[in-house]
Design a protein around this ligand. Structure first.
Ligand code: CP
Ligand code: NVA
Length: 304
């Protein structure tokens, strides 16, 4: 049987996404109901960048499923410097049953998947953050208790998180409205693909220049940092380029009255978002919690 990988949302069909959501909902209800499912299985977390949510949610998920985890910090392996990506992937996959990789260059997670004999999950690259987007759309459904006729607006950087969100949204029939500065649009091929898939699923993906236009009538307003990990040298320029794309109370007034606020975190209050992120319509911590439930379902699918 061909090993499964989750490198981008393109690796999952609409049906598979819904089945992950169904299993995640069950596991959220009964977190220890599969406590022997991954007994004696080991997952390596091979991370080139720091992490709170991704690392901890995968670690605890494995514990709840009866497995083991090895966290390999950037200093441990020094992939690409101390050893080639190929050798790292070939060797680690001789020891463990699955690898979650967090890398700077998307090419590196593709290469890990290419050379590894065991399933590889993308725990964030510069291009994609599939586990994040899956739990986010799971959260949207949980809050809205439906899929049809929901509109999520994303305001800010057209980055890894947005690329993945667009595709999960499209596959599950959620309308997506996006506003980014013109220099920071999501990848064109990803946007076009999402628009095409969304159409088949009775939804729409639209791009706006003006964040106020983008959030008009929206159920959910989503943002992410303006300076992602790896973009630090562009910080001053980015803060300037994004300054009219802040999610604040004025912008939230342009969305639906009860519009919810989402952010993958970490958040930088005063930059991409203001104190609205701490208000009653913010669902950021539910979103963070759901990473664990959804990733359990992913792990069961891939390693079970
Ligand atoms: N949202 C997210 O992936 O958080 P971490 O970078 O803390 O893992
Ligand atoms: N876009 C952010 C997401 C962090 C979870 C980054 O890549 O740093």
């Amino acid at each position: 049987m061909k090993k499964k990988n989750l490198i981008t949302i393109g690796d999952l069909t609409r049906k598979e996404i819904f089945s992950i959501f169904k299993l995640a909902a069950k596991l959220k209800n009964r977190p220890l109901s599969k406590k022997r499912a991954l007994g004696n299985k080991t997952l390596a977390l091979l991370f080139q960048k720091p992490s709170n949510r991704t690392r901890i949610s995968f670690e605890v998920a494995m514990v709840h499923l009866g497995g083991y985890v090895l966290y390999l910090s950037p200093r441990e392996i020094d992939m690409g410097k101390r050893e080639s990506v190929k050798d790292v992937a070939r060797v680690i996959s001789r020891y463990v049953d699955g690898i979650v990789g967090r890398v700077f260059r998307h090419q590196d997670i593709q290469d890990i998947a290419k050379y590894s004999d065991v399933p590889v999950i993308n725990g964030l690259s510069d291009l994609a953050h599939p586990c994040q987007a899956l739990s986010d759309i799971f959260t949207v459904r949980e809050k809205k208790k439906k899929f049809g006729n929901i509109t999520v607006s994303y305001v800010g950087d057209g980055n890894n998180v947005l690329n993945s969100l667009l595709l999960v949204g499209a596959k599950t029939g959620i309308n997506m409205k996006v506003a980014t500065p013109s220099e920071y649009r999501p990848r064109k091929e990803i946007f076009d693909e999402a628009a095409e898939i969304a159409k088949k699923n009775g939804a729409r993906v639209e791009m706006f220049q003006d964040p106020y236009e983008a959030v008009k009538g929206s159920d959910i307003v989503y943002t992410d940092v303006w300076v992602s990990m790896g973009d630090e040298q562009e910080r001053a320029k980015r803060l300037n380029d994004f300054k009219s794309f802040q999610v604040n109370s004025a912008l939230m007034r342009a969305a639906k009255k009860d519009a919810l606020i989402m952010h993958c975190l970490p958040a930088h209050r005063g930059e991409e978002v203001t104190e609205v992120i701490d208000g009653k319509n913010s669902i950021i911590y539910d979103q963070a919690e759901n990473r664990m439930h959804v990733q359990k379902a992913i792990l069961l699918r891939m390693l079970g």
